[in-house]
Design a protein around this ligand. Sequence first.
Ligand code: WQD
Length: 341
Amino acid sequence: MKQKIMVTGGCGYIGSHTIIALIESGKYDVISVDSCVRSTPETMSRVEKITGVKVKNYPVDVCDKAAFFKVFEENPDVTGIIHFAAYKAVGESVEQPLMYYRNNLGTMMNVLEACEKFGVKHLLFSSSAAVYGDIEKLPVNEQTPMGLANCPYAHTKQICEGMIQSELEANKAMDALILRYFNPVGAHPTGLNGELSPDKPNNLIPVIMHVASGVLPQMTVFGTDYNTRDGSCIRDYLHVCDIADAHVKGMDYLVEGRYSKRCEIFNLGSGNGLSVLEMLDAAEKVVGKKLNYVLGDRRPGDIPAIYADSTRANELLGWHCRYDVTDMMESAWKWERFINS
Ligand code: WQD
């Protein structure tokens, strides 16, 4: 008998790739809850094209408790929730902090209350390496203490992690995993699903791909005077399909009760730090041309370097990255040409 999983934010970038992986595992039925205020319901038709399965999306704001709880009344057999629905732009969170606290904490509150009210046993939470703040000692493992949040977005992730830990103390019927992503990039290998970024995206790979396709005339490398091997910032990039696979393995881990504590934390990173200039070099090899970029000033809030030690996820979840930086760039480039075709 398949478990039924609710994916909040299922029409989003990581949410939709996770739905594809859940379906392809053959173990889970899936429903999505997504207001599509930052995504599009058309994503579900792309999921259907890839998997052959029609996934129902409930166009509901998870902050709207009455509407959100109604979904459980219609789906009393939901046994797990994977909670993605949150705002996630670092810069925007600095400009509009209260919108971030209201949305990211409000959705978390309603998800936890729903677990208690409707007896949902398993929760996977989409957290971020941003909870570590500025890092001295690299690589980062799960024992690395949370640092001072660099922005309200990161702070909401820290608070949400604390809310989950507190709720599990009170609600003994639940178990949870907190998954801290490093930098998810790339698109589905078919090129039929990927990140729908605005024309002026913030994140590195969508910017690179927009420059490669001509949507953007030029990009800037934000800072080449950092204390790193080539002066540009180092990050731990990993393929979105590897992140999606980690969610299937994480839900399996909870469903099979393989955990030693009812709330465990896992870093999801490749363990391989790459600089901005190295990413540009990898992109130029894939797109087959020189990209138009200039070397500019640092971006406020950036940290020089961060990359993961994901040994725990490797050993306990049996999760390993299958894709390398070339796969990330090839899939991103395929998706960029698909959406601009
Ligand atoms: C990566 C590097 C930039 C654009 C953030 C969040 C993280 C996650 C991913 C949600 C940095 C540089 C970028 C450009 C550049 N968010 N860059 N020129 O900031 O590491 O992580 O987004 O899940 O939680 O913290 O990702 O892709 O924005 O930047 O030089 O035009 O690329 O300065 O060094 P970041 P990013």
